[in-house]
Design a protein around this ligand. Structure first.
Ligand SMILES: Nc1ncnc2c1ncn2[C@@H]1O[C@H](COP(=O)(O)OP(=O)(O)OP(=O)(O)O)[C@@H](O)[C@H]1O
Ligand SMILES: [Mg+2]
Length: 359
């Protein structure tokens, strides 16, 4: 596979840099459809940041989060004792901070671990992190906290909901103490919808949509890899500006494959996946859980929801029933943008597949 270099994202980068230049005030939620390049944007930006920022980046994607202890483990990175007789073991926060590189998990020592796990209280973990961040400021740097795939915390309970404890902590870090920039990244649009309507966060956060590339960006990106005009148009019509699909096509072209054939096979694959989903619901039924309640998913309602896209690229949130909407979002077929109140397919490929399946 060829190494495709990072492309564009100038506007989004500018917005994040503007936030970083000011004192921390609001929580920033970075959201967008699946595979739109959110993680790529944030990791690229971290690499480019000046040395006076210390980024604590935690990606919850691969973590199993079933309990409070899992959550705490996912946050912290244990500082190992250094081998060798003359090396002193790190004990104080200042010593921990001095060893932190530009990006890291949150460092902790054995002693502090006992404290943060104590009594199953998120407050202990948060007060440790707060002290660590104060130490970072003391060392002349600005801490930045990035939590990727935040929705994974979902329903973890510690007395109350962990997510609310975490939001309160984020508000402390930003609005109250102006101590640390907080970015929370997610592609779960139902989660963003919930956050958007959350009273405790109102006026305390801002949103940054990282969407698929638009037409101009897509053309520019493909130009870098020598796509011909006809290939570019086929690509735009077939997969739109979804970075992951564009990278796939670039790699295909570079290895001598026919771009049109690859687009065709991507379409066949996606159509098959959506058809299978619908077949399962039709024959076996399915349900979704909202809060503590279970709701049946109805095949015919899913089909009428999908039919809405026969002529429209996007529809209003109230045009699709809530259960079908949540199911299709959960299955990564549709994407909801609570800021515009619109629902659209997760990608151009999904739009075409939906039109084929629900025709
Ligand atoms: N700006 C970019 N330039 C070049 N390639 C990109 C860019 N953004 C994303 N990509 C490609 O698309 C892939 C998917 O991007 P990424 O994992 O960042 O998406 P995401 O929005 O975080 O996805 P998810 O919704 O699953 O979290 C990357 O591995 C990379 O190959
Ligand atoms: Mg990601």
């Amino acid at each position: 596979m060829m190494e495709v270099t990072f492309y564009d994202r100038e506007q989004e980068t500018k917005e994040i840099m503007n936030t970083l230049r000011m004192k921390p005030r609001l929580i920033t939620f970075i959201y967008g459809p699946i595979n739109s390049g959110k993680t790529e944007l944030i990791t690229h930006l971290i690499e480019e940041l000046p040395e006076d920022y210390v980024v604590f980046y935690i990606n919850l994607r691969t973590k199993l989060l079933a309990s409070y202890d899992d959550f705490i483990e996912s946050l912290f990175e244990m500082e190992m004792e250094t081998e060798g007789a003359f090396r002193k073991r790190k004990e104080t926060l200042a010593e921990l901070v001095s060893s932190v590189t530009k990006v890291a998990g949150i460092p902790i020592t054995k002693e502090f671990i006992d404290y943060v796990f104590k009594d199953n209280k998120p407050k202990n973990a948060f007060s440790y992190i707060l002290k660590l961040f104060e130490e970072v400021i003391h060392s002349g740097k600005q801490p930045v906290l990035v939590l990727d795939e935040l929705q994974k915390i979902g329903d973890v309970k510690v007395n109350g909901s962990l997510i609310y404890e975490l939001f309160n902590f984020f508000i402390d870090l930003t609005k109250e103490l102006h101590l640390c920039h907080v970015f929370a990244v997610t592609s779960d649009s139902i989660f963003i919808e919930r956050i958007y309507s959350e009273a405790m966060l109102s006026g305390r956060c801002e949103y940054l949509l990282v969407d698929d590339f638009d037409y101009e960006q897509t053309m520019g990106f493909l130009d870098v890899y020598g796509f011909e005009d006809q290939e570019k148009e086929l690509t735009w019509k077939g997969v739109g500006g979804k970075p992951v699909s564009l990278v796939k096509l670039i790699n295909a072209k570079v290895s001598g494959k026919n771009v049109e054939d690859v687009i065709e096979s991507m379409f066949t694959l996606r159509t098959g996946e959506i058809m299978t989903r619908l077949k399962i619901v039709k024959e076996l039924g399915d349900e979704i859980t909202i809060g503590a309640k279970h709701f049946d998913v109805h095949h015919e309602k899913l089909i009428s929801a999908l039919k809405m896209f026969a002529i429209n690229d996007a529809v209003g949130v109230d045009e699709i029933d809530e259960i079908s909407k949540r199911y299709l979002v959960k299955e990564n077929i549709l994407f909801v943008d609570p800021l515009t109140n619109m629902i659209k397919p997760q990608s151009q490929l999904d739009l075409l597949a939906i039109r084929d399946v629900a025709a």
